[in-house]
Design a binder for this molecule. Structure first.
Ligand code: MOS
Length: 721
């Protein structure tokens, strides 16, 4: 079985290119022709199919499962429940807590139910239909308990993160009470953002194949190394006997995090029926077996002198997490470092709720945290009658206001200036509800986007064959971001090799180890690593192979050992400095004076994120982020049923996302940002900066249009009537 799918090369197209020039994706033709093999595409001989059965409510116990009818059905091969799985899947720690799992809850380990949508059974059939019908015929009774499934539920309270996470410290500076006493204007408001789900088109399927004691898994995980190590630990295998393959991933946006809960169950099923098993995951399933963006609440206090300079900034944030993990992506390290202010109070709080462990979603902390801060700043600008761009200029800083550490570069105001010029910000009327055009209130709004740069250790192998062709190998992942293309471009640029002589292999634990696809770190890490490999191999490196172990500053001396064990380490060099990517969003929208309908007409984003390696894919990343930001402002919210604690709108029919007609004119501007300190290649990453701050820019524009300040996302009609 092991040789059934050897690593596949993606070969470049065309002549040599330079980094910094626009280049089409080398895997584009394969994708367009349907020839790119996604993990869910493998149809192996003798394949059996599994489907999940999930709990309809969030808290309780299974009192009985009757699988008699199901087992007697033709084509049903097996039924896995807590009665026959139990402790066969061992505990492994969370990927953000030194382990590999995206949730430490182990489905089928006991009859207890801890969240709506928890896996309570897995049915295996000869065909997908047999498995699905078998699952339908399974009779399960529950004893149901009252669930507290969201921060919005009445009895849910938060506690300081510092109480549950060892070593966590909140950011504080000066004397916050004094700061408010000195203020001429004060804003104190509460802002909230909802639960959201990623919904990549590719579902998180898995296919497990045993060959004796060796296991091969085809799954779109964005960290094959963690999936391998975690599965080995869960199933008591030698990691060398587990292979995980994901050559293409159909989007993750923050989901598909490391090792998922359903993978070990599929592997167990394959062992039991002694056949390869493909677990078919429905869109409904994906809402609870994949992670999600958790809901947040922000208590923001701003104090400022008459000239707009901040005297006090307090940000107390509450987020929800599961009962069993302390996952929280705290964001006051950014919100309480963005502007100059002598008196700062930040507090991160978490509430435990009856839901599966949340996870990252594109710019996990910055999207909710900057919604709050950048909305509050707009409120302050209005109360002081200062232009919002000007207010940000008056509070711009070259150093972290808490630690005093300098920023490596600080082009934030250049983003605002170039964005404002392209947008025509000077045409804005500062007075809310003053622009009525044909039955629509017109409004303009802006907000900042910032995000710390991250970089991770990685091992890359570069081989030049006797004919001068190149092969690049690493276990990193193509998630649609253009990694195959970027790696081929890098070798072409450095060694002058035509693209069509360069092949790239990714997404397989048989390749040199790489970290997680996330944190906007991929391009930054891989281009720096591969550049070192090119340098080592030199211009005349015919018939040579080098393997570079790239360890960024601050990643630790054992970084490569950790990487080989499936652990990630995102570092933020240079140590003692802050290196961020920046952006500014400008939104023009109109609100129907009669119905409250919001239409975004124009959106200009200006971004400074170090050196741009491929302006074509860079622009796509930025536009994608901007569109999703609009969606996060106006559309997306996962509703939780107060009776059951389960998700209500868990599919693409009920979960609102924008269509083409909902998105106005978009313009992404690249602002120069030469950063000689951030890393050797001066790259910062663009994966997430595009989405950050859009929600606040939209809410600020809605206020400018209507005089209505909406502090809870998404902004829907009912808030504007
Ligand atoms: Mo992030 S949403 O983990 O790239």
């Amino acid at each position: 079985m092991k040789n059934l799918n050897p690593p596949e090369d993606i070969v470049g197209i065309g002549p040599a290119v330079r980094l910094g020039t626009a280049a089409s994706r080398i895997d584009g033709p394969l994708k367009v022709c349907g020839a790119a093999e996604y993990p869910g595409d493998f149809r192996l001989p003798d394949l059996a199919y599994a489907v999940l059965v999930r709990s309809p409510m969030a808290r309780g116990t299974i009192s009985a499962i009757d699988d008699g009818i199901t087992r007697a059905l033709p084509g049903v091969l097996d039924v896995l429940t807590h009665a026959n799985v139990g402790n066969q899947v061992r505990h492994v720690a969370h990927v953000m807590a030194g382990g590999w799992a995206n949730s430490t809850h182990r489905p089928l380990s006991s009859p207890d139910v801890h969240y709506g949508g928890q896996i309570v059974a897995l049915v295996v059939g000869e065909t997908l239909d047999a498995a699905a019908f078998g699952a339908q015929q399974l009779s399960i009774s529950y004893e149901t308990l009252t669930a507290q499934s969201s921060l919005e539920f009445p009895d849910v309270t938060s506690i300081p993160l510092s109480q549950i996470r060892e070593g966590f410290e909140d950011r504080r500076a000066g004397d916050i009470d004094l700061g408010f006493r000195l203020a001429a204007a004060t804003i104190r408001q509460v802002y909230s953002t909802p639960v959201q789900h990623h919904n990549p088109i590719e579902l998180p399927t898995t296919t497990c194949v045993w060959d004796g004691n060796s296991l091969t898994v085809y799954e779109p995980t964005r960290f094959v190394g963690a999936a391998r190590a975690g599965l080995a630990a869960q199933l008591g295998l030698d990691p060398a006997n587990v292979r995980v393959v994901a050559r293409f991933i159909g989007g993750h946006f923050g989901s598909k995090l490391a090792l998922s809960q359903h993978t070990a169950l599929c592997a167990l099923a394959a062992k039991r029926v002694n056949r390869p098993v493909h677990l078919s995951v429905s869109r409904h399933d994906a809402y609870t077996i994949a992670n999600h963006r958790t809901e947040t609440r922000h208590h923001i206090g701003l104090g400022a002198s008459n000239d707009g300079r901040l005297t006090a900034l307090s940000h107390v944030a509450e987020v929800a997490t599961s009962r069993f993990d302390d996952f929280a992506m705290e964001g006051t390290d950014v919100s309480a470092a963005l502007y100059a202010c002598p008196n700062i109070y930040a507090e991160e709080r978490v509430a435990r709720v009856d839901r599966n462990t949340p996870g990252p979603m594109r710019a996990p902390p910055e999207v909710p945290y900057l919604f709050a801060l950048e909305s509050a700043l707009d409120e302050l600008a209005h109360s002081l009658s200062i232009d919002p761009v000007d207010l940000r200029r008056r509070n711009d800083t070259l150093v972290d206001p808490v630690t005093g550490h300098p920023f490596t570069t600080r082009p934030l105001m250049r983003c605002f200036e170039q964005g404002a010029a392209a947008f025509g910000w000077e045409k804005r009327s500062a007075m809310p509800r003053s622009m009525l055009r044909g039955g629509w209130w017109v409004g303009y709004g802006c907000a900042a986007a910032v995000r710390p740069v991250k970089i991770s250790p990685v091992v890359v192998r570069l081989t030049i064959d006797v004919d001068g062709g190149a092969l690049i190998e690493t276990a990193h992942h193509e998630i649609g971001n253009g990694l195959y293309t970027l790696l081929a471009m890098t070798v072409s640029d450095r060694l002058g090799i035509p693209l069509d002589r360069i092949a790239v292999r990714l997404g397989d634990t048989d390749l040199p180890p790489a970290g997680i696809s996330g944190g906007s770190s991929t391009t930054t890490s891989l281009v720096n690593a591969l550049s070192q490999a090119c340098e080592r191999i030199g211009k005349h490196g015919i018939a040579r192979s080098v393997e570079v172990e790239f360890v960024p500053e601050g990643a630790g001396g054992d970084a490569i050992e950790q990487l080989r064990a499936g652990h990630m380490k995102l570092a933020s060099p240079p140590v003692g400095k802050l290196s961020w990517a920046y952006g500014a969003h400008f939104i023009a929208l109109r609100v129907d004076a009669a119905t409250g309908e919001v239409r975004i007409d124009r959106h200009v984003g200006a971004f400074a994120a170090g050196r741009i390696l491929n302006p074509m894919t860079a622009r796509s990343q930025l536009l994608g982020g901007m569109i999703w930001g609009q969606s996060s402002a106006l559309f997306e919210k996962t509703e939780i049923d107060p009776r059951t604690g389960a998700y209500l709108n868990d599919d693409l029919a009920e979960y609102l996302v924008p269509t083409f007609a909902d998105i106005g004119r978009l313009e992404a501007i690249i602002v120069e940002d030469e950063d000689a300190l951030v890393n050797a290649e001066g790259v910062k990453g663009l994966g997430e900066i595009g989405i950050i701050g859009v929600n606040a820019a939209v809410a600020n524009a809605v206020f400018n249009a209507t005089g209505r300040r909406v502090r809870d996302l998404p902004i829907r009609l009912e808030a504007l009537l």
